[in-house]
Design a protein around this ligand. Structure first.
Ligand SMILES: Cc1cc2nc3c(=O)[nH]c(=O)nc-3n(C[C@H](O)[C@H](O)[C@H](O)COP(=O)(O)OP(=O)(O)OC[C@H]3O[C@@H](n4cnc5c(N)ncnc54)[C@H](O)[C@@H]3O)c2cc1C
Length: 439
């Protein structure tokens, strides 16, 4: 669906409608600015099906197909971006790190908290597998806590896993809500519109060229905000001749460690739970952990991936712990691929993390323990704020090209290891305000 032809001149054109882009667009539209959002994906209602999710999820991890240490990099190409597929965990931004870069994120963060449904799930929405992991971790003396989620408990259903495929009930928050709010305030959305390059005149960004329906179009605006995600925005800068091709990035890779237990309360739909309901972070070690009960087909893919055919039908009895590491920046992003491989220190972190996960599973009485390959869901940092140089942004998220801003995971300042959505929402609000001041 598109909101009319993009012939008029806009105050701002935003490329991408994930948390970063939708937040900027909504803030600008709220202030009466003329905003156009170009989104590569579609905007059909989320149905919460595996088929729809498979059509939205893009996995550009080139290295993963050729190297055992290459990551699959999962992202969502659709209105609302990767937030439509994510696990809705709300981690607080590291405010001190941003303050050191001249960015006070606290006011925008407070507004996000006031406007969004953020909080831990009530006990009745914690599945039995997540509860068993939490009990075991606590018995092992670990600080395992319920995590803040962006989920409306009154709408969320027990015995449901559809949030992982794209919640169709409106229980899980996604950036589509902000995009809809922006459109209600007059912002235009053109979906199935893939930005191909930033238009430049005398060294200044003056608009965006995009492909739609087999033809190239262009739109002009006073400001251009790239919010095409941790892979998409570096790619666009490169395609516009504004950044080198090989920009190092982080990806926050993850391994699932799984084991089977007996004696769980029998119920239909066993194994259908909200993932990441509880967990713990060990920031000094660059590690974080949570329960990770995924839908049966995804669990079975993990088991098959590592040849554990014997575990294929144990889904409803399998405890799964996510081990996430803060990885070293590296790799590169090309026109149609991104390549990120584990470094020796990443492998050492995974070793420590998976050993701890195995201890928790042992405490829970789990048997037949195995682990998945690693995959990654938070590519970012290729255009880090504060790094300096042409492939970076300043504290106003302004690139080296006048009129061109970046607001997505690409600007995160350093290897991360945290769910980034809340941080990106706050950055988007802050940038929206700044653009209004400058206009
Ligand atoms: C399985 C999974 C679970 C996750 N769980 C969590 C979680 O629990 N909590 C959390 O905080 N984070 C989580 N994340 C990560 C989080 O969702 C992302 O970090 C976040 O959505 C990134 O926001 P963004 O605005 O940078 O980019 P994205 O959300 O990726 O949005 C970028 C948008 O730009 C569009 N786009 C790309 N290129 C173009 C182009 N050339 N032209 C036009 N449009 C373009 C894309 O279609 C997309 O809509 C998870 C991710 C995954 C994959």
């Amino acid at each position: 669906m598109a909101d009319g032809p993009a012939l008029q001149r806009y105050d701002t054109v935003v490329v991408g409608s994930g948390p970063g882009g939708a937040s900027v667009a909504e803030t600008l539209a709220r202030q009466g600015q003329r905003v156009l959002v170009l989104e590569q994906g579609g905007s059909a209602p989320l149905r919460g099906t595996l088929a729809q999710m498979a059509g939205i999820a893009a996995v550009p991890g080139k290295g993963a197909f050729f190297h055992s240490d290459g990551s699959l990099l999962v992202r969502g190409l659709t209105a609302g971006g990767t937030s439509t597929l994510n696990f809705a965990t709300a981690a607080a931004p590291p405010l001190e790190r941003f303050a050191a870069l001249g960015i006070d994120l606290a006011p925008a963060l407070a507004e996000c908290r006031a406007e969004l449904p953020i909080g831990p799930l009530p006990d009745e929405l914690l599945g039995p597998l997540a509860q068993r992991i939490m009990q075991a971790a606590r018995a092992a003396g670990l600080p395992w806590q319920k995590l803040d989620k962006m989920i409306r408990p009154s709408i969320c259903r027990t015995g449901c896993w559809r949030c992982v495929y794209g919640c169709p009930y409106g229980a899980k928050w996604s950036a589509r809500e902000l995009l809809d709010a922006a459109r209600l305030r007059g912002a235009h959305l053109v979906d199935h519109a893939r930005a191909t390059r930033v238009l430049l005149e005398q060294g200044r960004a003056v608009g965006v060229e995009y492909a739609r329906d087999g033809a190239l179009h262009s739109v002009r605006a006073a400001s251009v905000v790239l919010a095409a995600g941790g892979i998409g925005s570096p790619r666009l800068l490169h395609a516009s001749g504004l950044a080198p091709r090989s920009l190092p990035f982080f990806s926050d890779p993850v391994i699932a460690v799984m084991g089977t237990v007996e004696g769980l309360p029998g119920q239909s739909g066993a194994g259908a739970e909200v993932p990441m309901a509880a967990g713990m972070a060990l920031p000094d070690d660059g590690l974080s952990f949570s329960d990770l009960t995924l839908p049966k087909p995804m669990y079975q893919a993990f088991a098959l991936q590592v040849g554990r055919v014997d575990r294929l039908f144990a889904h409803g009895r399998t405890l799964s712990i996510m081990v996430k590491i803060r990885d070293a920046a590296g790799g590169g992003i090309g026109p149609r691929w991104a390549d990120k491989r584990l470094q020796p220190e990443d492998r050492a972190r995974f070793k420590r993390g998976t050993e701890l996960a195995r201890r928790i599973l042992a405490e829970a009485g789990a048997r037949h323990v195995f682990q998945s390959w690693h995959f990654a869901a938070h590519p970012g940092g290729a255009l880090a704020v504060g790094r300096g140089g042409e492939a970076a942004v300043d504290s106003d998220l302004r690139s080296a090209t006048p009129g061109l801003y970046v607001c997505d995971a690409a600007v995160l300042p350093a290897p991360w290891g945290l769910p980034p959505t809340l941080t990106l929402l706050a950055l988007g609000k802050r940038l929206g305000r700044r653009l209004v001041e400058l206009s």
